[in-house]
Design a protein. Structure first.
Length: 107
């Protein structure tokens, strides 16, 4: 993905959150309106949710507790919380699709 020279990710973001930043900036129709601490928080939540999803996929939805009994993976609850945060922030960072104006038919 091409780096936005105008709105690079802040250096304090970890690499996965920086990837999300670049994705959001690239697809948003007015990136200058969304850059700031809220976008940083959103990118962190999306990166966290992706990490948790990968962890659950690798380790399974059911894991063994300290006594060897099956239990739901604790990352499931964390992922749910991250998904809620993402939904709460989502509309603010979702870009509009740029559509061409329809041509009018002449009679």
């Amino acid at each position: 993905m091409e780096e936005s020279r105008e709105f690079p990710p802040p250096s304090r973001l970890d690499e996965q959150a920086a990837v999300v930043w670049r994705e959001v900036i690239a697809q948003h129709h007015e990136p200058e309106r969304i850059v700031g601490p809220d976008l940083e928080a959103y990118c962190g939540q999306v990166a966290l949710q992706r990490d948790l999803r990968e962890r659950i996929a690798a380790e399974g939805t059911i894991i063994a507790d300290e006594r060897g009994r099956p239990e739901p993976h604790p990352a499931i609850a964390l992922e749910r919380a991250a998904q809620k945060e993402i939904r709460d922030w989502g509309d603010k960072f979702r870009g509009r699709v740029q559509r061409e104006k329809p041509t009018r038919r002449t009679r």
